[in-house]
Design a protein around this ligand. Structure first.
Ligand SMILES: [Zn+2]
Ligand SMILES: [Zn+2]
Length: 134
C-alpha cells in the first residue's frame, strides 16, 4: 500500500510505501503529552519506504530517558507526524496525519497499558501489553 499524509498547515508532507507492520495505540505517559491525553494512535510503516515529500520536520528526543523515541513534527503548526523507536526499522506514523485516517482500520494492540488512565479505552478484541509485546 501507499499512504500519504501531512501536517495541519501543509508545510510538511510524507509518503509511505509498504505493508503496515504495526497498528496500535500507545498509552505511555510520554505519548499522552503528544496526543492530548488519549492513547496515541500509530501505524508502523517500513522505514525504507517512508520519506518526506514536502518540507522537513523538526525532531526531538528527550535526554532524560534511557531509550527515547525521536518525535518528528512540523515546526510551523506543531503537528506531530511520526516517531522512530531505537532498534525498530519503522516510521511510526500518527494516524491523525493520514490524508485518510480510515486507512488505519483500528488498532490491533494496545501497548504500555502500565501508564493507562482510567478514562482511556481499549477496543474489544485488541491485544494489550503492559509495555512492549514479547
Ligand atoms: Zn504544519
Ligand atoms: Zn507511547
Amino acid at each position: 500500500m501507499v499512504i500519504e499524509g501531512g501536517c495541519y498547515c501543509g508545510a510538511v508532507r510524507y509518503k509511505a510505501e509498504g505493508d503496515a507492520m504495526f497498528r496500535g495505540q500507545c498509552h505511555c505517559r510520554e505519548c499522552q503529552y503528544i496526543s492530548g491525553g488519549a492513547p496515541n494512535l500509530v501505524m508502523g510503516m517500513p522505514e525504507a519506504g517512508f520519506e518526506y515529500t514536502k518540507g522537513a520536520p523538526k525532531a526531538f528526543r528527550r535526554s532524560d530517558l534511557e531509550n527515547p523515541v525521536t518525535r518528528e513534527f512540523c515546526a510551523e503548526c506543531g503537528t506531530h507526524l511520526a516517531s522512530r523507536a531505537p532498534g525498530m526499522p519503522l516510521a511510526l506514523i500518527k494516524v491523525g496525519t493520514l490524508d485518510d485516517p480510515a486507512e488505519f482500520g483500528g488498532p490491533q494492540m494496545a501497548i504500555y497499558t502500565v501508564d493507562m488512565q482510567s478514562f482511556h479505552q481499549v477496543p474489544e478484541g485488541c491485544a494489550t501489553f503492559e509495555r512492549m509485546p514479547g
